[in-house]
Design a protein around this ligand. Structure first.
Ligand SMILES: [Zn+2]
Length: 51
């Protein structure tokens, strides 16, 4: 799995939990890594970056 913002590989824990976050943009699931989450702590900012 890759971050939809920076393209970095998103790692998963052994429990298949992703080290990042999933958000929905226009009905589509997007994955965002920790780094990008940190860069854009506000969800509105993240959505702006993804759209
Ligand atoms: Zn990223």
């Amino acid at each position: 799995m890759k971050c939809d913002l920076c393209g970095a590989k998103i790692q998963q824990t052994f429990l298949n939990k992703i080290l990042g976050t999933q958000i929905r943009v226009n009905g589509k699931k997007k994955l965002v890594c920790f780094e990008c989450q940190r860069k854009f702590p506000k969800k509105e900012d993240l959505l702006k970056q993804l759209s």
